[in-house]
Design a protein around this ligand. Structure first.
Ligand SMILES: Nc1nc2c(c(=O)[nH]1)N[C@H]1C(S)=C(S)[C@@H](COP(=O)(O)OP(=O)(O)OC[C@H]3O[C@@H](n4cnc5c(=O)[nH]c(N)nc54)[C@H](O)[C@@H]3O)O[C@H]1N2
Ligand SMILES: Nc1nc2c(c(=O)[nH]1)N[C@H]1C(S)=C(S)[C@@H](COP(=O)(O)OP(=O)(O)OC[C@H]3O[C@@H](n4cnc5c(=O)[nH]c(N)nc54)[C@H](O)[C@@H]3O)O[C@H]1N2
Ligand code: SF4
Ligand SMILES: [Mo]
Length: 734
């Protein structure tokens, strides 16, 4: 390697694990900018771990399909333009719609990479406020909304307990496959290594999953549950703890409301009653409850499979009910509360109680979907575009989202987006969604952005803070210098505020900083006066956060700052409920138990159902353009159990037609006994092969979009989260 190559350290922004990367860069002027990326062995959290995606940040940066400057659609084709021209187009196309039809005529959709990017994390709020629309949507209602709601109801804020992976003796994991995903709502670089360490110190891992996932293979026990029945299973575990005298909430009893009502409400859920529903033997359920209770420490953790299903909020709530009843909430080795350095909701406000969180304050115009955290379920998006009348959505702004790939009933949404009068996307690619845009405003590549994971460090299994400056400069070409993502968002904010496309964004940035500085105001702002943009806001958040850090300290520690293991006994101070207690039985959950009760009588075994899956070499919809990741065998297959294959006349490797209420796809069959009979699986995020998409590698792939099959009318009614798993389908040979 040339001597004048240099090394940079940067946290990987691709998934929630947040691994530290060591990036070797070629001398300026060389052809390949990034020579090598490997795990940063000195990173205080990830200690050198890296997955196959982390080493591809250079590929993403160099991808010829990544947009380097804005494009505007003229006569149906995208034309490259300069930044000023692009913003002038946004103003000319969007503002007349807002002026004539009002603010609700423009919806906004926020996608997943925005949660890993400091610009959107800080400045989306300003854009949303300036836009003034009630039609706000995000990937959260195809992801974790049930968990956010259950935490908010129980603890008063989105303080989500995470399994204390590094100290627990017993881990019950439902609907999560960290060997592929590297974890979610549980930030843990080298999640697989941490699981292996549990077993190495004599602990036990139980995986509940309809598929024998990569994680299930490694577990001590695998329970192949019927999709959508985790709430039944968890209710039965809680019931056994209560009925067999094993419930021991310990010191939390005096800080908890509603415990006395639980035994009667959960009494119908005996292991014998739920066994035929879950497809798990009663004895296995009973012994699981007993093992949980007798383990020195234990943690229950549920993720995608427990959220993106029909009883998502009940299942998410019951996860923490079991943590509470088994005496494992808020203690070492159990389910604990992280404390991020920037001050998550639970560390703001007065310790011990608060206003709590209210839901359903407004409902959507057409489907009457209740709001949560200021957003409607994505189920409401297509119908709001399609249905004429006052308040009809005629324009859409997307930031880091690909809803045509990620949202249910994809064909319906795709057609709805095609009918919009105006669409503006902040996105680096022309994909399934952004092909409908009038203007696409591309953010810089990850290597050209600074990074601090404002969201996910609040879900970390060890308290750390890790800041990375930009590794590479912004692109420069005939259209001038590219723009930072936060500047793009502020220029959009200026436009929708009526300040015009040419407005100086400096004062808007000052306003954002002032609102973060809050009461402490001027004095604090003076301390960070030499910073601008996200760095100034981050510095303010660190200074006012629980550790009183500064950005300068983080800059001096490129491998991160270790803030120590998670702390026990955060309750009651952490609580923000009006009662100042844990609400073990929130009203919405008491009401929804009636729905669960009714489902006990359902003929569960009669239908074939679809679930999803992830692979370590993909990341939702947008990394299939990286050839080193997608090469090799086709991963977008329909997994079918041999018994079902025989019954349905399906052959391994041959195509099958899969139909749901809303759509159909043709896909290659993969016969495997690694899936429960009665269940089939297709991974999401494939199917880039649509007209107008410019992802040349991804388009060669034979994948299909599984969300053509998932149903916008099949959701968890409490949270509005779509039930992407457990979707009834029929399958036949093509
Ligand atoms: N069937 C099924 N569907 C699912 C899921 C499932 O398990 N099964 N999972 C769901 C989950 S958990 C999620 S989070 C959602 C994700 O849903 P979305 O966020 O809607 O979709 P992504 O595929 O993550 O697409 C991300 C978009 O952001 C763009 N992008 C990438 N990096 C950046 C950046 O730095 N800045 C900006 N501005 N844009 C960027 C990409 O080009 C792409 O257009 O999908 C959900 N959909
Ligand atoms: N490689 C890779 N990593 C990723 C992503 C990616 O696309 N690729 N996406 C990132 C994102 S946005 C997220 S949210 C996380 C998600 O991270 P995880 O929550 O770990 O998600 P999955 O890997 O999809 O694992 C979900 C498991 O749930 C099972 N399942 C399906 N239905 C049910 C059910 O009803 N009950 C139970 N108990 N299990 C069920 C599935 O078979 C699957 O094995 O991953 C993140 N990391
Ligand atoms: S596990 Fe996630 S954060 Fe770590 S290298 Fe892979 S994609 Fe990046
Ligand atoms: Mo997600």
């Amino acid at each position: 390697m040339a001597d004048d190559s240099r090394t940079a350290y940067r946290t990987c922004p691709l998934c929630e694990a947040g691994c530290g990367l060591e990036i070797t860069l070629a001398p300026p002027g060389s052809a390949d900018t990034v020579q090598r990326i490997r795990g940063d062995r000195d990173d205080v959290f990830s200690r050198g771990f890296i997955c196959p995606k982390g080493s591809t940040l250079g590929h993403l940066h160099d991808d010829p399909d990544r947009l380097r400057h804005p494009v505007v659609k003229r006569d149906g084709v995208f034309v490259e333009v300069g930044w000023d021209e692009a913003f002038a187009e946004v103003e000319a196309r969007l503002m007349p719609i807002l002026d004539e039809h009002g603010r609700d005529a423009c919806a906004i959709y926020l996608g997943n990479p925005g949660a890993h990017s400091i610009g959107p994390m800080i400045y989306n709020r300003a854009l949303i406020t300036a836009l003034g629309t009630r039609n706000r949507f995000s990937a959260s209602t195809v992801d974790q909304r049930p968990k956010e709601m259950s935490a908010a109801m129980m603890f008063g804020s989105v303080a989500v307990p995470v399994p204390d992976l590094d100290h627990t003796d017993f881990l019950l994991m439902l609907g999560a496959n960290p060997y592929a995903s590297n974890g979610s709502l549980c930030t843990a670089p080298d999640f697989p290594g941490r699981l292996e360490a549990i077993q190495a110190r004599g602990g036990t891992i139980v995986v509940v999953d309809p598929r024998r996932s990569e994680t299930a293979v490694k577990a001590d026990r695998h329970l192949a549950i019927r999709p959508g029945t985790d709430a039944h299973l968890l209710a039965a575990i809680a019931n056994v703890l209560l009925a067999d005298g094993l419930a021991a909430p310990g010191r939390l009893a005096e800080h908890t409301n509603g415990l006395d009502e639980l035994p009667a409400l959960l009494q119908p859920y005996t292991p014998e009653t739920v066994a035929p529903v879950c497809g798990i033997e009663a004895a296995a359920i009973r012994s699981l409850a007993h093992d949980l209770a007798s383990a020195p420490t234990a943690a229950v953790y549920g993720r995608i499979g427990t959220c993106t299903q029909e009883f998502g909020t009940l299942a998410s709530w019951l996860v923490d009910v079991v943590n509470l009843l088994s005496g494992n909430l808020d203690r070492r080795g159990g389910a604990m509360f992280p404390m991020g350095a920037t001050g998550q909701p639970s560390t703001k406000g007065t310790p011990g109680s608060g206003r709590g969180t209210r839901f359903g304050r407004v409902v959507s115009r057409v489907g009457k979907h209740p709001e949560s955290f200021g957003e409607f379920s994505v189920a409401a998006l297509p119908e709001e575009i399609e249905t004429p009348g006052d308040g009809q959505v005629r324009a859409l702004v997307t930031v880091a989202g690909n809803p045509v790939s990620s949202n249910p009933n994809a064909n319906r949404l795709d057609a709805a987006l095609a009918s919009l009068e105006c669409m503006v996307c902040v996105d680096p690619y022309i994909n399934e969604t952004t092909r409908h845009a009038d203007v696409i405003l591309p953010p810089p590549s990850a290597l050209q952005k600074s990074h601090y994971d404002l969201a996910l460090l609040n879900f970390a299994v060890h308290n750390v803070a890790n800041y990375s400056p930009a590794v590479l400069p912004l692109d420069t070409d005939d259209h001038g210098v590219a723009m930072n993502e936060w500047e793009i968002l502020l220029r959009l904010t200026a436009i929708v505020s009526g300040m015009g496309a040419q407005a100086d964004i400096g004062p808007l940035d000052d306003m954002v900083a002032a609102s973060v500085a809050g009461a402490a105001g001027d004095e604090l702002l003076a301390e960070v006066a030499d910073r601008r943009g996200p760095e100034r806001v981050l510095d303010l958040m660190l200074r006012t956060g629980p550790y009183g850090l500064t950005l300068t300290e983080l800059e001096a520690n490129p491998h991160g700052v270790d803030l120590g293991p998670l702390q026990p006994d955060r309750i009651p101070d952490l609580l923000r409920t009006p009662s100042g207690k844990i609400e073990a039985l929130p009203d919405l959950m008491r009401d929804d138990l009636a729905r669960l009760d009714q489902s006990l009588d359902r003929d569960w075994a009669s239908s074939l159902v679809l679930v999803g899956r992830r692979h370590v070499r993909s990341n939702n919809s947008w990394m299939h353009n990286v050839r080193v990741l997608v090469k090799g065998r086709n991963r977008c297959t329909l997994q079918v159990h041999p018994d079902d294959a025989e019954r349905l006349g399906l052959t391994d490797g041959a195509p099958a037609r899969v139909r749901s209420r809303v759509g159909e796809v043709a896909i290659d069959v993969e016969v495997t006994d690694g899936i429960r009979p009665g269940v089939v699986s297709i991974p999401h995020g494939f199917g880039q092969n649509l007209p107008g998409v410019r992802l040349r590698v991804a388009q060669e792939y034979r994948g299909v979009n599984t969300n053509v099959l998932t149903d916008d009318a099949f959701a968890d009614p409490v949270s509005g989260n779509i039930a992407l798993n457990g979707v009834p389908v029929t399958v036949e040979p093509v």
